[in-house]
Design a protein around this ligand. Structure first.
Ligand SMILES: N[C@@H](CCC(=O)N[C@@H](CS)C(=O)NCC(=O)O)C(=O)O
Length: 170
């Protein structure tokens, strides 16, 4: 197990929040370093191939891309957030793969500057949300509250930052 974890973040980034949620779910202590994405420091550009946050520096090893970071953490620290059953695990991974499609479907609602644009986003969103709702109904059956039922999972950590933004819209 590594000794230090440093999460490089911008002020509010849902992809960073995904990594932070997984770190917290595993009770791993970590520091956060905020950077200004409008003025990226040279040291950051050296460790972030796409110039994006999150980067998680594990001891002195930088990791990038929130999904790769989450998968790494799930391999090295308990409790495991992926289901033990390989079929269920593959389905869970398939639904975390859908997050980059799902996220822009919703940002048309909460990142708009006018009510008209927001209403346009609201019209487009159901097509994306309905797919996820169907998956949730199939995976968890009548149990809740999480994607797989009672156990919090990597799928929940991946979607939570995007769904949580609706609380801000309210
Ligand atoms: N696929 C990336 C997306 C990360 C991402 O888009 N981060 C944004 C902030 S929320 C970023 O760093 N943008 C800076 C840029 O594109 O220059 C991941 O999952 O980590």
């Amino acid at each position: 197990m590594a000794e230090t974890y440093r999460l490089i973040s911008s002020l509010t980034c849902p992809w960073v929040q995904r990594a932070a949620i997984v770190l917290r779910a595993k009770d791993i202590e970590f520091e956060v370093t905020h950077i200004d994405l409008q003025d990226k420091p040279d040291w950051f550009l050296e460790i972030s191939p796409h110039g994006k946050v999150p980067v998680l520096v594990v001891d002195d090893q930088p990791l990038f891309e929130s999904n790769a970071i989450a998968e790494f953490l799930d391999e090295v620290a308990e409790p495991r957030l992926h289901p033990g059953d390989p079929i269920k695990r593959a389905r869970n991974r398939a639904w975390t793969d859908f997050v980059p499609t799902f996220a822009p479907g919703l940002s048309g609602i909460y990142y708009t500057k006018t009510e008209e644009a927001m209403n346009g986003g609201l019209k487009a969103a159901p097509a994306t949300v309905v797919k996820l709702e169907k998956a949730i109904a199939e995976e968890r059956g009548n149990d809740g509250p999480y994607f797989n039922g009672a156990a919090f999972s990597m799928v929940d950590a991946a979607y939570a930052p995007f769904l949580q933004r609706f609380a801000l819209v309210e």
